[in-house]
Design a binder for this molecule. Structure first.
Ligand SMILES: [Ca+2]
Ligand SMILES: [Ca+2]
Length: 516
């Protein structure tokens, strides 16, 4: 459900762990915004815009508050710098007088990592349960890691770094890092914690177990989730560019594909499901009980959200819990472990909850000149139709209920538009599979939105669950293809008598189920 709006290209959401209840949202352009009690504060916490080159995969990308932020006021950011796109990790302090403002003069650069290409900069910063700062770095960019950075121990690219910001100047190397104190010549980079990553755009620690979950963005085939247990995994090699997910890429430059020296993902998915994983969190909040203990993640390209479950036998399966038009750029937890995600296209922060959203009325219109039916729940659209700004449409007097938005367990209704010449008509479906099929089979159909309204999942046997009523779909069977949707059995029978074709599931076809 909507939580806050008005942020510009949000790419990260974190809390300060200081019991203030605030959420901090990173804007790709360089500002950090504060949301307090659901309200976006007008003045940014920090404006680092002048330091940052942004756009594409560049910008202000990461933010982490020190575990003792409440007492020491320290936080850390990750950005691609204006001069050359290099990755910079810098430390800041909060203002001594204003808890809602950072002190820009406190900036101290900890690390600068040259970037050979604009893409694959990673971006996430997190403190682990060990108190060390973890820094996710992509392979530097281009495609297929042309210089094999991810397998190169002399390069920080394509790695998970781990540093100790409480000792040394400006930091120290944790003695348990795999190359700490190495006497090899040339010396591997001691900041490296794990290697073989392509672009770990998002990673997180399970607040209950301390396990590390990484969403590593794939090349052309597979998106993957990697996990290291709390306290383990130093020196792990996640396999890129030899492997992409569970696939062998055929590229050389590291241990053999499927070598026991590699740490394989716990789960991957193909590009039939998306093209860029946005790693999430193991859900530990109270607002979505159905998700507790499951890793919630999404795909930026397809807008699909899944909850990953582990069976007693140790196998993983992902359940599709949500489909939106805009893929999320980031997930974030509040201090209670409730989960949010960033819709960068809409400039919105959304909250993931189980509760059914409020009901809206879906109003039906008829255009006599076209002999077409149309329905909408959007207030702005209803206003235009009723004022005849979109001429020729009148209310039929029929309407049914829907949910205002989708939450886990409910499906957003995809709405396609068939332009004039090919129909001048709309088509709606509650089934993600049918929406995908329409997009693929009928190129003339333009996907307008996933977010007109939402309904319970479609039936497979024509029977709607208790408390829901069937929505019938009737097709005019003409070249100017048009459907009428109704919850009224008499209207359905009348349309069938007119020659319309009943579509859906079951002996008396049912297309969707609406709240009564
Ligand atoms: Ca890069
Ligand atoms: Ca891998």
């Amino acid at each position: 459900m909507p939580f806050a709006s008005g942020v510009s290209a949000p790419v990260e959401i974190v809390n300060a762990g200081d019991s203030s209840g605030r959420l901090f949202v990173v804007e790709q352009g360089g500002r950090i915004r504060i949301i307090r009690n659901g309200a976006l504060l007008a003045t940014p916490f920090l404006d680092a815009s002048s330091l940052v080159v942004s756009g594409g995969e560049q910008g202000l990308l990461g933010l982490a508050f020190h575990p003792q932020y409440r007492s020491n006021g320290r936080f850390f950011i990750n950005y691609t710098r204006a001069a050359d796109g290099a990755t910079v990790i810098a430390s800041y302090r909060v203002s001594a007088s204003n808890p809602d403002a950072a002190d820009p003069a406190s900036a101290q650069v900890l690390l600068v990592i040259a970037q050979p290409f604009a893409n694959h900069n990673g971006g996430t910063l997190r403190f682990g349960p060990d108190g060390y700062l973890y820094i996710g770095l992509g392979d530097g960019g281009s495609a297929n890691d042309p210089d094999n950075h991810a397998q190169d121990p002399l390069s920080l690219l394509g790695k998970m770094l781990r540093i100790d910001v409480d000792h040394g100047s400006p930091y120290a190397i944790p003695p348990s890092n795999p190359y700490a104190g190495s006497t090899l010549n040339p010396s591997p980079r001691s900041e490296i914690f794990a290697s073989g990553l392509r672009n770990p755009w998002k990673f997180s620690f399970d607040r209950a177990t301390g396990d590390l979950y990484i969403g590593d963005v794939g090349q052309d085939a597979r998106e993957e989730i990697d996990v290291l247990p709390r306290g383990g995994g130093a020196g792990a090699d996640f396999g890129w560019r030899v492997m992409e997910g569970f696939l062998c890429t055929g590229l050389a430059g590291g241990p053999a594909c499927n070598s026991p020296a590699l740490t394989l993902p716990i789960f991957d998915y193909g590009h039939d499901q998306g093209c860029s994983i946005t790693g999430g969190y193991v859900y530990r909040g109270s607002e979505a009980p159905s998700l507790v203990g499951r890793y919630v993640f999404a795909d930026y390209c397809s807008g699909r959200f899944w909850a990953l479950s582990r069976s007693a036998a140790g196998t993983y399966s992902a359940e599709l819990i949500l489909q939106r038009g805009n893929g999320p750029t980031s997930f974030g937890e509040d201090e209670q472990g409730n989960l949010y995600f960033a819709d960068a296209s809409a400039g919105a922060i959304m909250r993931i909850v189980d509760d059914a959203p409020p009901l809206v009325r879906v109003i039906e219109y008829y255009n006599a000149a076209l002999d077409h039916y149309f329905m909408t729940s959007a207030a702005a659209e209803i206003d235009l139709l009723d004022r005849q700004v979109l001429p020729g449409w009148t209310r039929t007097g029929y309407a049914f209920n829907a949910y205002a938005w989708a939450v886990p367990g409910y499906s957003p209704v995809c709405r396609f538009y068939l332009p004039p010449g090919t129909g001048d008509s709309h088509f709606y479906s509650v089934s993600p599979a049918e929406c995908a099929e329409v997009a693929q089979r009928y190129p003339a159909f333009v996907l307008e939105t996933w977010e007109t309204f939402a309904l319970a999942p479609g039936p497979v046997d024509g029977i709607c669950p208790i408390g829901l009523v069937p929505v019938y779909r009737l097709w005019n069977g003409r070249v100017d293809t048009n459907h009428r949707y109704t919850t009224d059995g008499a209207v359905r029978d009348m349309m069938v008598a007119r020659g319309f074709v009943a579509e859906g599931y079951g002996p008396v076809p049912v297309a969707m189920c609406a709240p009564s």
